[in-house]
Design a protein around this ligand. Structure first.
Ligand code: BGC
Length: 719
């Protein structure tokens, strides 16, 4: 259809037909199964009628080619004007082939593999009939108490923006209309959902507009610049106004400033939740605020369908606003080719061919290898495959390693660490759980201790359960559960070499593990091929290369802790820790336990001198910074060389360092490579107090190194 045909179609629609397009409900309501556990409240209480369900323009959460084909065909029979349904779902880190959780993907610093993972997720879900994925989630995070940190790529605006783009490219490809193996992407949650006070999910977000623009908004913008078709409003307030009713944010920033003309969807019930927030008296006011703010689709609550007609009749809302929203939705349906082919990619034969196929699993393996981060190694890793090994801990058993938001992934299909190690080791492997996630019986412990006694090396497989992070998964205690810390202590008493592997969805307070074990490998929730990847890393068939995309705190009391912080007027001199009136804690270092960008390898990399082409630069004359990196170890390995910059003086104070570039290089033993970064004036710009975005002439430091802490330093002047 062309634009004219779409506008003609809208003219033929009744007001009821139009508002029905603005409602999205779950499939269980459509199918009449009415599984009430799936929805926010009982159907009657929510005010949803069967008629609304039958008319609504999009469906949430249904997948499976034949179910979608049936529902679409049934719907089309009853659609007076032949307008097809849109099917959307949370395809977050894979559809059936599950990739590592996004925070782990962030730690790969591998944009190509990230893109590939999204492409595969799109291929699988498109065959299963889905049109739109509610991904990427690009909320910047600084607080590991928040369970949803597992869904993001971490704490850095630059890195998050690059990943946002990679995911969008992977989902959408370059021609969404023709390519039926791709999906429309929906970036979320706009805006700043990742900064809830206290790390408590759905909580208030309070920050200056400058901070919002500088740190939190860039990744959403990057996704949209990459052509992302949709955006989702967040649950939180932004400067006191819930995002779903926030005109300044939605009409102002998103539509007027950024010229976004794709579909804006609310989050689950977030329109109605404006009443609980205290931003709307009732559903009618909530509908009024949301439509004025520019929310096109209301997810899961019927404020629009019930109240927009009366708001139009009373003249408070103009029908043009509704037409605008309908236009965007129909344009998306049209772009996806649904008017010509309402079934699009849904194809049971293709579905059985591609879902969880060998090629997809291989990509999941590659990403799991690259996402794991070696946090410590006193030489116990890689394991000697001839040694007798005891694998102990809850993750030695059948715990879920897919993590939260695993879509239609089947936990039992995932390669577990125990079976993967069994396959690979020539010596003896004994497996004992030792404890559950947070339970331990004397008998369990005894079996584990016996197994450990007989072994040469012990591998502890520990972690949080999958549901301890994810939505609604905030915690105030971010240590490993007590039973597991107890297990570590008991095993440690044997005095044998211990390597720990961690499965978790957030940076943890690692005291009691990092200090106890000889080696620690952070595996996150590594997905379908997780066990195979981790086993290969443990035995040295693969070499760890992941780098933390989020700092690990010393303790929860230090949170939020992140690398790109300000200096304060009284920075602590680390050589004078007993000074009182400086910015510090009496009982903790200021630095995180493990900094952003950190990760070890089985190779050793040494950095030569930092060289700058000049100590002066200008907008016209950028400068180049180079360093030669050598693999002085005995194994081929990947090094992530990172570039950070500090603007020493600004009208607004600037962070101690900010990531501005990185390069991943693979080096053979003895091989050297020179990595060169160009520093341009554009990289030095920031938001001033009047929100103008520009650079200030003056002095800058430049840092290059393997992480945000251990860097070489140079300086230059911008003239
Ligand atoms: C989450 C979104 C998700 C939506 C639909 C909400 O509770 O916040 O991220 O896309 O549900 O499942």
């Amino acid at each position: 259809m062309d634009q004219k045909q779409i506008t003609d179609l809208i003219q033929q629609m009744t007001l009821e037909e139009k508002v029905a397009q603005l409602l999205q409900l779950t499939a269980d309501l459509h199918e009449g199964t009415q599984d009430q556990s799936q929805i926010t409240g009982p159907m009657e209480e929510m005010g949803i009628t069967g008629e609304m369900v039958r008319a609504s323009g999009s469906v949430l959460g249904l997948s499976g080619a034949s179910s979608i084909i049936d529902l679409q065909q049934e719907y089309m029979k009853n659609s007076r004007l032949g307008i097809p349904l849109l099917f959307m779902a949370d395809v977050i880190h894979g559809f059936k082939t599950i990739f590592p959780i996004p925070l782990a993907i962030g730690c790969s610093w591998d944009l190509q593999l990230a893109e590939k993972s999204a492409e595969i997720a799109a291929r699988e879900s498109a065959a299963a009939g889905i049109h739109v994925t509610f991904s990427p989630m690009v909320d910047l995070v600084r607080d590991p108490r928040w369970g949803r940190v597992m869904e993001t790529t971490g704490e850095d605006p630059y890195l998050n923006s690059l990943f946002a783009r990679a995911f969008v490219r992977g989902y959408q490809g370059s021609n969404l209309s023709e390519d039926k193996e791709r999906l429309a992407a929906c970036v979320k949650h706009f805006a700043a959902y990742g900064a809830p006070e206290g790390g408590r999910d759905y909580n208030t977000v309070n920050m200056s507009e400058r901070q919002l623009r500088e740190t939190y908004l860039p990744a959403y913008k990057a996704a949209l610049d990459e052509g992302c078709e949709m955006i989702m409003a967040s649950f939180n307030t932004v400067d006191g106004i819930p995002a779903s009713g926030n005109e300044k944010l939605m009409r102002g920033v998103l539509r007027d400033e950024w010229n976004f003309d794709g579909v804006l969807i609310s989050d689950w019930a977030s329109v109605r939740e404006m009443v609980a927030h205290g931003a709307a008296e009732d559903d009618c006011e909530a509908a009024y605020r949301a439509i004025r703010a520019g929310v096109d689709i209301e997810m899961m609550t019927p404020c629009y369908v019930q109240h927009l007609p009366e708001l139009i009749q009373s003249g408070r809302v103009s029908e043009a606003l509704i037409d605008e929203a309908v236009l965007r939705i129909l344009q998306l349906k049209n772009k996806l080719g649904l008017f010509e082919d309402p079934l699009r990619g849904a194809d049971p034969a293709r579905e059985s061919e591609v879902l969880f196929c060998a090629q997809h699993r291989e990509a999941a393996y590659d990403l799991a290898v690259k996402s794991s981060v070696l946090l410590k190694n006193n030489g116990v890793l890689p394991l000697d495959p001839e040694a007798d090994i005891a694998l102990i801990g809850p993750y030695a058993g059948q715990e879920d390693i897919l993590g939260w938001w695993a879509c239609v992934g089947v936990k039992e299909d995932a390669v577990q660490l125990g079976s993967a190690m069994q396959e690979r080791l020539h010596g003896k492997l004994t497996i004992a759980e030792g404890c559950g996630i947070d339970t331990m019986t004397p008998d369990q412990l005894q079996k584990a201790v016996d197994a450990a006694r007989k072994a040469d090396v012990i591998v502890l497989a520990l972690g949080e359960a999958a549901d301890m992070s994810g939505e609604g998964g905030s915690r105030t205690d971010i240590k490993l559960p007590k039973a597991q810390l107890e297990l570590v202590k008991e095993i440690r008493k044997l005095g044998k070499p211990v390597a720990a592997v961690l499965f978790n969805g957030r940076p943890l307070d690692l005291h009691g593990v990092l200090d106890e074990a000889d080696a620690v490998l952070e595996a996150w929730f590594p997905g379908s091929e997780g066990g195979a990847a981790i086993a290969d890393l443990l035995i040295g068939k693969a070499n760890p290369s992941g780098r933390l995309a989020m700092s690990f705190p010393q303790s929860v009391g230090q949170v939020p802790v992140y690398y790109n912080t300000y200096n304060t007027g009284r920075p602590m001199d680390p050589s004078k820790t007993d000074e009182r009136y400086v910015s510090k804690y009496l009982d903790s270092p200021n630095e995180p336990l493990l900094p952003f960008g950190f990760g070890l390898s089985y190779s050793d990399f040494t950095y030569g001198e930092l060289s700058l082409t000049s100590h002066e630069m200008s907008a016209e004359q950028p400068l180049k910074v180079s360093v030669t990196v050598t693999n002085t170890g005995t194994r081929t390995g990947i090094e992530t060389v990172q570039l950070y910059i500090r603007d020493i003086t600004g009208e607004v104070v600037r962070p101690l360092r900010e990531l501005k570039g990185f390069e991943q290089i693979k080096l053979e033993p003895g091989e050297s490579r020179t990595v060169t970064f160009t520093v341009s004036e554009e990289m030095l710009r920031y938001y001033h107090s009047d929100l103008s975005y520009s650079s200030d002439p003056g002095r800058f430091h430049v840092f290059v190194g393997p992480n945000s802490r251990d860097t070489l330093q140079g300086s230059f002047e911008l003239v």
